[in-house]
Design a protein around this ligand. Structure first.
Ligand code: TYD
Length: 205
């Protein structure tokens, strides 16, 4: 599997802090000369595929877990190769930082419908150069998201515990099988500031 240079992804269960850290990183970059070298993206995307996925995540539309696995992969294709794509930005010399990538499917969809289908669908995608894994006890991440007004279908204790276990397996597997991709494991139970400092040491500019 190829590696996309300058493509960086943040991964972790709900409440592990990936979105918060992306916001902090944007703030730290604001006003710097290097600011416009960075492009921030996320999955599910804001494209039609991602918007449809959001209706499933909110519970507004029902879908089989396997259907969701296909949809996440379709949305990922759009993310990588569509009109506002990662590959276009990389080719323009940018560093792209994404909140979630296919490791989310290997964790969440494996927890939802078994490992075979997510593995098959996601074997199509190139690896990022760096992966930040926000490792956290699901009990703590659940406590963090308990205060949110909107909850999604995956934000349930049993499911997140299963997903957290899948994530750890997936990360361990890639540490062995993909030495070309740098995996940075963060203890996501640390304070926001501590985690932010570690991320900045790795990609700050
Ligand atoms: P999330 O990043 O948590 O978005 P937000 O914080 O805006 O709700 O992503 C939404 C949910 O989608 C989250 O529960 C993880 C799930 N998800 C998958 O199950 N598979 C995937 O491949 C991706 C990208 C996300």
């Amino acid at each position: 599997m190829g590696i996309l240079t300058n493509f960086i992804v943040f991964e972790g269960i709900d409440g592990s802090g990936t979105s918060t850290q992306i916001d902090l990183l944007k703030k730290k970059l604001a006003g710097r000369e290097t600011e416009n070298r960075f492009v921030f993206t996320c999955e599910p995307t804001g494209e039609a595929t991602g918007r449809f996925l959001r209706t499933i995540l909110s519970g507004e539309e029902a879908a089989e877990p396997e259907t969701a696995a296909f949809l996440f992969a379709a949305d990922r294709w759009e993310h990588l190769y569509g009109k506002n794509s990662v590959v276009k930005a990389l080719n323009a010399g940018k560093t792209v930082i994404s909140d979630r990538y296919f490791f989310s499917s290997l964790a969440y969809q494996s927890a939802a419908c078994g490992r075979e289908l997510p593995k098959l669908l996601n074997s199509l995608f190139p690896l990022p150069e760096k992966l930040f894994f926000f490792d956290i006890d699901p009990a703590l991440s659940l406590a963090r998201i308990a205060g949110r007004s909107v909850t999604e279908i995956y934000e349930k204790r049993d499911f997140l515990e299963k997903t957290a276990a899948e994530y750890r397996l997936v990360i361990a597997e890639y540490e062995q099988a993909a030495p070309g991709m740098k995996i940075i494991r963060l203890d996501a139970a640390q304070s926001m500031e501590q985690v932010s400092r570690l991320i900045w040491e790795e990609i700050g500019a």
